[in-house]
Every structure is written in C-alpha cells, then in structure tokens.
Ligand binder design. Sequence first.
Ligand code: ZN
Length: 509
Amino acid sequence: MISMGRARVPLVLSVGVLAASASLPVRGQNAPRAWAIVGGMVADGLGGPLRQATVRIVADRIVAVGAVEPQAGDAVVNARGLVVAPGFIDIHNHSSGELAADPAAESQVAQGITTAVLGPDGSSPWPIGEFLDERRKSPAALNVAVMVGHATVRRLVMNDDFRRVARPDEVARMAALVEQGMREGAVGLSSGLEYEVGGYADTSELVALASVAARYHGIYMSHIRDEADKAFDAFREAIAIGERAHIPVEISHIKLGTVGVWRKAAEAIALVEAARRRGVDVTADAYPYNAWSSTITVLVPDKRYDYPPSVEKALADVGGAQNVLIVRHAAHPEYEFHTLDAVARDRHLSPVELFIQIVKDGGAGVVCTSMVDDDIRAFYRQPWVMVGSDGGINARHPRGAGTFPKVLGRYVREQKWLTLPDAVAKMTRLPADRLKLTDRGRLASGAVADVVLFNPDTVVDRSTFSDPTVLPAGIERVFVSGDLVWDAGKPAGGRSGKVIVGTAELSVR
Ligand SMILES: [Zn+2]
C-alpha cells in the first residue's frame, strides 16, 4: 500500500453540464473530456521558476496554462500544495518484455513516467514494427518509443559466431536491418558495448550502423565500452562515433564505476564539453544511485572470467566483494539478495572462487555499489545530463521503482543538489528535445496532455536494494493523453499510451 503523505488531494469536483462522476476512477465513455487543474504550482519543463497557474486539458491536449477559469464541463482537480509538471520521459527503460503482461505498468506510472524509451543497451524487441503494432493494438498506460538494438541486429546476422569483428558483408546486412527498424518507427540505435554480443564490434561497425540511424533522424544511445578504469577511452569512442556518423549521441547512465576513476567527473565533463564546443551533439543520462545493476561478467573487462588474477582485480576495483550483491542466479536462487562476500564465507570459498563458479553455473545478475555521490552530483548538475532510470517493470534494482521520486525527494528536497524546476526539466524537456518530441516534455498550450501532479514535500522513493519493487510516495496523479492513469496512489485504469515513432523519413544528407 502506498501512503500518500499528508496533503491528500480531494477528489475531482465537477462543474457544469458534464457533471463527471465524483467516484474515480473514471474512464472510457464516462471519462471527462476536459479537466481544469487548479491551484497548483506549475513546473513547465523549461526550467524557469515555479508559478501558480491553472492547466486546462481538453481531450488529449493541454489547451491553456495560466490564469484561466475552469469552463462548463471541466472536471476540476484541486492541486493546492502540488507541483504540476509534464509527464516524465524515461529515456532508458527496460520494460519492453513486460508491457504485454503488465500494460498498467504500475511501477512506472507510480513514478510519474508517461513515456518509456525501450530497447536500450543494444538489446531491442524485433521486428520493431511488430512490437509497435502490438503496443498499438493493446495500449499500455504509458507511451512507448523504441530503439533498434545493435546487439539484436548483430546476433541476427552473425548468429552464434559473434565473438569477432564483423566482415564488411555482415556489417552491410546489419545496416539493412537498422534501416528496416528505423523505417518501422525506431527513434535511434542503441548499443551495449560492455556486453557479450555488442562488445566484439569495432568502432567502424558502430559508425556504419549509426550513420544509417542518422539518415532517419535517429540518435545513437550507448552503454559505452567501459564504465570503469577505461571509461575515458569509452567516452572518447562514443563521441567519435557521433562525430564520424553525424549523429546525436546519448551516453547512457553516465558513471565512473571503479576506485581508479572515482571523483574524476570534472575530467569527464570537460571531455564532453570540448566535444559539444566543436559541434558534436553529446548528452547523457544518469540514474540516482551509487550502485549499478548488470551481469556479473561486466565486472571483468578483459573477459577472463575464470582467470583468478583478473577476477581478483575486478573485485578490488569495485571496493571488494562486499560491494557485489547477487540479485539473480538461476542455479542457486538462495544466493539472491546476498553479497558475493557473504555467500563465499558461507560456502567456505574465496570470493574469487565463488565468482568463477557462478560464471560457470550460468552467470548472475548483480547490483554493485561502486560509484561515489560526488560524481553523481557533478554529472546531474550539467545542463546536458537528464534523468533516466535504466530500470523498468520488475527490475531487481531500486531504480526500477524509485528513480524519478528519488531525484525529487533526495537530490532536490533533502540534499539541494538541484532546484525543482531544473530537476523537472531533466525529466521532461531534456529527453523530449533529445528525441525531437516537440509536443511533449513541456506544459504549454498545444502540447499533449501528459501531466504529473506530485507533492514536493512528500515525494520520495521507497524501493531499496533488498526490496527493489516498493512503490514511491508523493506522486498524486498522472495523466497520459488527457486520460487519468494514476490517482491517489492507485492505477486509475487509463490505457491511453501512444506509440511514438521516429520520422522514418530519409534525410537528404
Ligand atoms: Zn546499460
């Protein structure tokens, strides 16, 4: 159950002829077609100061933001004490496999997410067109967009023979698949270069494929090749790909994840800013946690998973085996939510021996505490860094249910790293601009009515590393295309999520 904090919002009142039912949820034929959200403080997504304004919605659009009166037929929402913001756009979301079974996406809309960009880290649904058609046929509560996954197309072309550089004919076939995906509506190309399939690609393969996405106005979004000791080489590679392929670059979940690079955020920022000054369109997203979640093998960058000295260094680099929490291990589910260190002691093994055994037994999902707050704060303070969850439905990391409320509750209210309007901009207008969505990510007349109402005094994450799916507090109401999808701590039943597609139109370059 969700506690809603002290400022419980009164039920919708109705005025005038439509006299919408006072018992929520309302939807379908009986749903109000017009809303007036009154008395709230508007954070319009552009980063300016909060201001008191009424937001009127008619059908799926915002029709006014300002000193306007509710009109006859409006369902009136009292937003006193609340912030009214554009719906949050999560540029890095792993829910593509879950939406069919969980279209309500409660853990996502409970955070205020109204648009999820799926298919990150090089892994996407396929074919893109079929996936999007299914979302059109059975809409989710939130909007979706999708990237073409580099590893997905690489695997389609190379099958199991992917542990090598691709031949030119193979790159050409991958390029054709990327083109197909873009034509079917993808918004860009994603890569996961720290992972098994994508990691064997050389830079020129990525340039070739990113160039195809660029021709269709897509972006290149990358989980870069290394987020640890060689992170700086990996930043340079991502920037080079953008420069050579003439494509905007989004560095996914920017981080400095080993002892050797801790507190070097200023250098990473300087590298990105130098690229931006020479015209490369580089941006990044970050999740608000000092622990990452991935497969256990990414700890060992030289991929020698059974070579004790490599494993030993890997564990030292993240500060020790006590920083590695096993969250998924099919061969021994009893290890889950225990640290590598604790399980090793229990089994009378060294952490290195246990690591090698786990990889032999099929590998594991881990959450690894290996970043420092100084770097997270420095990244978040950059105007080109947005909020992205890297989570999704059923994620085994608290970011899956806590990212957006955590930024608002911890980084804005408690620690004052960011102002509230800045944080909202990082959740709305920045990702909208990155994806060239001109009618989302802002509260303005004419924009799509994806709207979040949250309580700035109570909004906070409640998911933890040991209990990662607990829903947050303080997100009071969420509208998607003018339809109520979240109301006072509960799903409201709306399923108005749209499919957002790229332009699919070949640029003249
Ligand atoms: Zn990633």
